[in-house]
Design a protein around this ligand. Structure first.
Ligand SMILES: Nc1nc2c(ncn2[C@@H]2O[C@H](COP(=O)(O)OP(=O)(O)OP(=O)(O)O)[C@@H](O)[C@H]2O)c(=O)[nH]1
Ligand SMILES: [Mg+2]
Length: 202
């Protein structure tokens, strides 16, 4: 299963440029270089839909992709130290502007690097998601870079770091092997379906 017909729609560098929200949005959030664009490409089964770079800070804009009856939203990564102060301010304005708008938020896919402990920025972001009440899942990226024994160990370690967030859902994933992609796709599909069911009831 994949999102084969995904299509790039727009890139926005300031919150004023953000388009009206016309379809439910599945939002990809995480630190710079964690693998957001790679995950989107894997879900869409396309190599270059979202641009990937080994250099952190590649995605500086909020990028929208249309899939069937929903949008994938690729957020610029946080926590990249080498970005200028001015660029950080632009980033903060863009992210705050996006989340403050009246949009069809459907679900956030929060990415964490499976190799490491979540950073303070990661924990702040998850805390923000908890307080906002937005539905979210956590995808653990770069699983292929760990040995099997480390994979199990790190899953427990990360679960432990996040234990105060009750009921948090963790999805180990590798953009290299595609492992975990189907579960993420199913979860996205379910959340879009639920969104439409609730929307129609209103
Ligand atoms: N081995 C491996 N490499 C990965 C995986 N996911 C991402 N990468 C690599 O990590 C680097 C960053 O990936 P991106 O997808 O560009 O990361 P991003 O989160 O979009 O980064 P920004 O746009 O800077 O915020 C690239 O070199 C990817 O090839 C993975 O699951 N396994
Ligand atoms: Mg990116």
């Amino acid at each position: 299963m994949n999102f084969n017909n995904a299509e790039f729609k727009f890139a926005c560098g300031t919150s004023e440029q953000l388009p009206m929200s016309t379809l439910p949005e599945i939002i990809f959030s995480g630190k710079s270089n964690v693998g957001k664009s790679s995950l989107i490409n894997k879900l869409a089964n396309r190599k270059n839909l979202a641009r990937i770079s080994s250099k952190p800070g590649k995605t500086g804009t909020i990028n929208f992709f249309e899939v069937e009856n929903f949008h994938l939203v690729d957020l610029p990564g946080y926590g990249y130290a080498k970005v200028s102060k001015c660029e950080k301010q632009r980033w903060a304005e863009l992210m705050e502007g996006y989340f403050a708008q009246d949009r069809l938020f459907c679900m956030v896919v929060q990415l964490l690097d499976m190799r490491h402990k979540p950073t303070q920025d990661d924990l702040d972001m998850i805390q923000f998601l908890e307080s906002s009440g937005l539905p979210y899942i956590v995808v653990l990226t770069k699983k292929d870079k760990l040995k099997k024994s480390e994979q199990e160990k790190n899953l427990v370690m990360i679960g432990d770091c996040l234990k105060k967030f009750k009921g948090i859902r963790l999805f180990p994933f590798s953009a290299q092997t595609g492992e975990g992609a189907d579960s993420v796709i199913n979860t996205i599909r379910n959340s879009v379906e639920e969104f439409y069911m609730e929307y129609e009831e209103e």
